[in-house]
Design a protein around this ligand. Structure first.
Ligand code: GDP
Ligand code: IMO
Ligand code: MG
Length: 425
């Protein structure tokens, strides 16, 4: 038995999907535990290129069971689209996918409420993915949620929907939006549920049996530690728990089963949406990183903000998650830079000493200035390299310096999007 959690160590899009896809070759189970279709995980494997938001990245191994745990919020339309797309590519998933009936359902009013909140915030808006995450998780914790198990009973669902529309429609109309029609939503959700119902089954017993046996289990995180609702740059964060603790709660796996926690970190930093990002580069180097790294959001297509690697942040998130190791991805994106900087900590105007991420809130972080060390670039391609010793000496030094600063062993360096484009350390 081995449980490995794969988590984002920065602001999301660290290539968690790629790392999970790699591990799925030997996994009996791959499970998602948080977030919803705000996630966008791209994998490039022998079956093609897939951009998945909800389906766990074990889908391409016929031996792997895929589980969507109770911590995930499900937009049925997205899941049906992905299921259909995977089927078209020749992969059979139906009997391998388990969706917990405890999952909350993203309803049509959730993205609408989110658009009202975002508009009202004006210049302080978060820049969400627009998938209704804040409102659906808010409904969950305020006992207003509708779960997949509610859709199993038409009467229960109709009554819950009636109550929610009685609350939500006056808000929508007050902000100039059209009220939603109960019958239309009811019919749409029932038909979506009908499509999914064979796969809606509680995975707890299956998981417990697997834990007691010799199963290899990979838990696939969505978003990143700095988007966590408690420890991220609140309110510029997401609505769910993105940390190792969320993985165990979101699936019903006790913490003592977890053997490995892999933090995935890009060899630089990116962020989509608003909020502080101390190492952001707004000039030509940032643009070069965006171009080389193809840094555009998978879900919204927005350009990602790019900057230098922030070791202060990744050291913090490694501790927060108890990362046993870090996978450093997209090293190849730095191939042509003559000089590369790494942030080692922060200073603040008029104050003495070095400061840490956890000492303040998002506004405070916005007032921090990074302290950098400079390293020589290697100015040659690393894409074809498969052994650490074959990396240019400057690239080796860069990886080793990061490892030292984040105080966590780096066990994988990724140098391309493909499943095999890695250096294992
Ligand atoms: P996730 O949300 O953490 O799964 O990450 P995304 O899939 O949103 O973003 C990572 C992007 O980088 C994807 O388009 C990957 O195909 C791509 N990618 C992954 N690893 C590498 C790498 O080592 N080098 C390069 N150039 N691209 C990579
Ligand atoms: P993956 O799993 C990057 C960001 C949004 C926004 C904030 C809140 O692909 O790494 P939300 O829609 O969750 O309420 O948006 O969080 N965000 C992500 N950024 N990768 C993601 O997922 C993200 N999921 C949400 O851009 O700033
Ligand atoms: Mg992503």
């Amino acid at each position: 038995m081995s449980v490995t959690i794969v988590l984002g160590s920065q602001w999301g899009d660290e290539a968690k999907g790629k790392v999970v896809d790699l591990l799925s070759e030997d996994a009996h189970i791959v499970a998602r535990f948080n977030g919803g279709d705000n996630a966008g995980h791209t994998v490039v494997n022998p079956f093609g290129t897939f951009r998945l938001r909800l389906t766990p990245n074990g889908f391409s191994n016929p031996q792997t069971t895929c589980i969507i745990g109770p911590g995930v919020v499900v937009n049925p339309a997205t899941l049906i689209d992905e299921f259909t797309m995977i089927k078209k590519s020749g992969i059979k998933l139906k009997h391998r996918l388990w969706i917990s009936p405890r999952c909350h359902v993203v309803m049509p009013y959730h993205p609408l409420l989110e658009s009202i909140y975002e508009r009202a915030r004006g210049t302080t808006q978060t820049g969400t993915t627009g998938r209704g995450m804040g409102p659906v998780y808010a409904d969950k914790v305020s006992y207003n949620g509708i779960r997949l198990c509610d859709l199993a009973d038409e009467e229960v669902f109709a009554e819950k929907l009636r109550v929610q529309l009685a609350i939500k429609n006056p808000i929508l109309t007050a902000f100039g939006l059209q009220p939603l029609d109960l019958k239309v939503i009811f019919r749409e959700k029932m038909s979506q549920y009908d499509f999914l119902k064979d796969m809606v089954r509680e995975p707890f017993g299956f998981l417990q049996d697997a834990l007691a046996g010799q199963a290899t289990i990979v838990l696939e995180g969505a978003q990143g530690a700095l988007l966590d609702n408690d420890w991220g740059t609140y309110p510029y964060c997401t609505a769910s728990t993105t940390l190792a603790g969320g993985a165990t709660a979101g699936l019903g796996i006790a913490p003592h089963w977890v053997r490995r926690v892999i933090g995935v970190a890009k060899a630089y930093t990116t962020r989509v949406g608003r909020g502080p990002m101390p190492t952001e580069l707004t000039e030509a180097t940032g643009e070069a990183l965006r171009r080389e790294g193809q840094e555009y959001g998978t879900v919204t297509g927005r350009p990602r903000r790019c900057g230098w690697f922030d070791a202060e942040l990744v050291r913090f998130t490694s501790r927060l998650n108890g990362a046993t190791e870090v996978a450093l991805t997209k090293l190849d994106v730095l191939d042509q830079l003559p000089v590369i900087k790494i942030c080692t900590g922060y200073c603040r105007e008029g104050e003495t000493g070095q400061f840490h991420y956890w000492e303040g809130d998002a506004r405070w972080l916005g007032g921090c200035t990074p302290e950098y060390i400079e390293m020589d670039g290697w100015m040659q391609s690393t894409k074809g390299v498969r052994a650490f010793g074959d990396l240019p000496s400057q690239a080796q030094a860069y990886v080793r310096k990061i490892e030292e600063l984040i105080e966590t062993p780096i066990t994988l360096v990724s140098v391309g999007p493909g499943r095999k484009e890695n250096i294992l350390l």
